[in-house]
Ligand binder design. Structure first.
Ligand code: RET
Length: 244
């Protein structure tokens, strides 16, 4: 067992290393699932399942490299992490667009979601990559948080929610599930940011190892990326949407 794990470049006693490895496997398996199931859903949902598989697939590739980076250096693979997010979070916005499209979801709304998510990530990256050791990291975190709350507002009460509620039925249900992921699942990231940043919250040092940031990010990624895909999948196979 331990030899196997050494060969695989995983330290089983280190929860960060371990979750990089299991995260990689989980993302990979989820992609296989979404790609195969794609052929089973009606035409109108095929793009949604493709996007779900791309989200977990892109994450799987990044996890493969992030695990190695962490194992070799013991540091946060910050750049790889943010490249992953900058590709996958806009794709999660595309999922919102696709489920509300029939009820009138516009490209304009999609762009609002994408721009807000990219702003959230760029501001967070600046805080993490350049200010992790100084107190101004909280300013970047707060600016990033403002973009995050704008997304929360869009999906809970703004245009995304309105469109989904107009569509009603399974679409409204799926949107409120996805919104819960955004409110609860996505909130894990700023917690990781605060705990992993020295002097990150109003100058208070939580004294946590930077590795805890990655541990929380890894757990959140698995919940959010696979969870989002599964919500969309259950919408696609729900009775309302059974292939005609
Ligand atoms: C698959 C990856 C996902 C869903 C990543 C989501 C990331 C966030 C919601 C990050 C949010 C942050 C803040 C709200 C403030 C601090 C900086 C961030 C970037 C960690």
């Amino acid at each position: 067992m331990s030899l196997f794990l050494e060969v695989m470049n995983v330290d089983a006693a280190d929860p960060v290393s371990f979750t990089f490895f299991t995260g990689y496997m989980a993302m990979f398996a989820a992609s296989v699932f979404f790609f195969f199931e794609r052929s089973r859903v009606s035409d109108e949902w095929k793009t949604s399942l493709l996007v779900s598989g791309l989200i977990t697939g892109i994450a799987a590739v990044h996890y493969y490299y992030m695990r190695d980076y962490y194992q070799a250096t013991g540091d946060n693979p910050t750049a790889l992490r943010y490249i992953d997010w900058t590709l996958t979070v806009p794709l999660m916005c595309v999922e919102f667009y696709l489920i509300t499209k029939k009820a009138g979801g516009t490209m304009n709304l999609l762009w609002k979601l994408i721009i807000a998510s990219v702003a959230m990530l760029v501001l967070g990256y600046i805080g993490e990559a350049f200010h992790q050791d100084d107190t101004s990291s909280w300013i970047w975190g707060a600016l990033s948080g403002a973009a995050y709350f704008y997304i929360v507002w869009l999906v809970v009460a703004g245009d995304v929610a309105k469109l989904a509620n107009n569509a009603g039925g399974q679409v409204a249900k799926a949107n409120s599930m996805l919104a819960k992921f955004v409110i609860i699942g996505w909130a894990i990231y700023p917690i990781g940011y605060i705990l992993g940043t020295k002097g990150g919250l109003f100058g208070y040092d939580f004294g946590m190892d930077a590795g805890y940031m990655d541990l929380l990010y890894n757990i959140a990624d698995a919940i959010n990326k696979i969870g989002f895909g599964l919500v969309v999948y259950s919408l696609a196979i729900s009775k309302d949407n059974a292939a005609a």
